[in-house]
Design a protein. Structure first.
Length: 190
């Protein structure tokens, strides 16, 4: 089977199978020939590795021509400057985040939105940590109460067993508190 990896938007041959190389993850099974249009080294290497015949087709690079760029060169310079400031602010937020301490940027819409989103995440994480800590304390308290109840039950069970022993009534060694209480209740009143 032959596959063509291309980012083209039209002009497809209905007799051929096409794939978009931007979405490439791994070679498809049963493919013997591959045509790769453009620079997609991961596609080429993967299919060569599985032994498929790979054909490369070079794509000429295209340059964008801005019509009337001379007329609005100052606008373009201003836009480039604004984008550089925006980029610098986003980088500052990222560097601060990596250092463990971020400050709200003074400018740049994207940087401010990124900061706000990270601040919201930090608040949510703090709330989750507080809830986790409260649940851990509650868990410890419940475990302590359970241990206290077990100790109290142990003393009661020993008392019930002593009464049954003195009355010479047999019982299972691992009998529950309820069954021991029932046996004691059935004892004749002396």
């Amino acid at each position: 089977m032959e596959l063509i990896y291309s980012t083209q938007m039209s002009g497809f041959d209905p007799e051929k199978r096409y794939r978009n190389p931007e979405h490439f993850e791994r070679p498809e099974a049963g493919v013997t020939e591959v045509v790769v249009v453009g620079e997609w080294p991961n596609v080429v290497e993967a299919y060569e590795h599985v032994g498929a015949e790979v054909t490369l087709i070079e794509v000429e690079s295209r340059q964008a021509l801005v019509v009337g760029a001379a007329d609005n060169a100052t606008e373009l310079q201003a836009l480039i400057g604004k984008l550089q400031v925006e980029s610098d602010m986003v980088r500052a937020v990222i560097v601060g985040l990596e250092a463990g301490e971020i400050e709200k940027p003074e400018a740049g819409e994207l940087a401010i939105r990124l900061y706000d989103a990270l601040e919201h995440i930090r608040t949510e994480v703090d709330e989750l940590a507080d809830r986790r800590n409260a649940l851990a304390v509650e868990n410890d308290n419940l475990r302590s109460e359970l241990e206290a109840l077990k100790v109290g039950d142990g003393k009661e069970i020993e008392g019930l067993k002593a009464r049954l022993d003195s009355a010479q009534v047999t019982y299972r060694a691992n009998a529950s508190k309820e069954s021991l209480e029932k046996l004691v209740a059935d004892l004749p009143e002396a």
